[in-house]
Design a protein around this ligand. Sequence first.
Ligand code: SAM
Length: 284
Amino acid sequence: MDLCNMNDVKALLGRHGFHFSKSLGQNFLIQSWVPQDIAAASGADKNTGVLEIGPGIGPLTRELARRAGKVVALELDKALLPILDETLAEFPNAHVISADVTKTDCAALVCEQFDGLRPIVCANLPYNITTLVITQLLECGAFQSITIMIQKEVAKRICAAPGTADFGAFSLFCQYHARCEYLFEVPKECFLPAPKVTSAVVKLDILDKPPVEVQDEAVLFRVIRAAFAQRRKTLINALSAGFSELTKEQINSCISACGLAPQVRGEKLGLAEFARLADAVNSL
Ligand code: SAM
């Protein structure tokens, strides 16, 4: 059965009495080049253990299972489990777990499932939980890379450079943890049903250590969040609003100690500048 052939997919879903759930972000791939190219981009090989999130009816799972040592796919919708039993029957190295990724301890899963394998993530993510799941996967520190299809807008934000319209706190968070690469776009017509937005595939290669050193990561991300909470404000005003325990003079002294102009906006600063600023705030 071709899991990306529209007629095969409709017949399979009809036979199982399956109905799409919008709230679970169910848009299934119906163009075979897409799961092939995503799986190839993930770099999965026989030494890799792949965590897939949301296998749907399994087109990407199959492509990954052809390449990887083992694939573990977490699927929240129990109605898809009997379908996956059928579509993955020929792939003994693909295992489906009925679970919500947001409630899963991914570091523990990697220890239990991927002993001796290089752990990576590859998925066509449900769009309603994209940033939540990326944050979870980066913070758990268990994977070497994350290759995901997400909304184009979020993909652009992840890979954005300082001073561009897409650049923000989420860009800095992702780039603190990974080298982020915008790979290719996938048109709406490649899905059943077609989503409202264009999708894009990004690859996050997790860094051995962050690109900047800071005294306290929590302070770094507090400074970043404050700077972008009101992105049209100058840095001094944005930080004053975010750090009510500090005086404007103290914030000004931190900004000038870093060699920055007080009227600069946070959106112009890169990770290195935010790291210097965070250390200056931390040393007050
Ligand atoms: N991989 C399939 C494909 O490319 O055709 C389906 C992708 S579809 C965009 C997202 C999948 O994630 C659906 O199968 C949906 O049921 C599942 N899903 C949604 N929320 C989930 C969650 N919290 N945990 C695990 N799976 C979830």
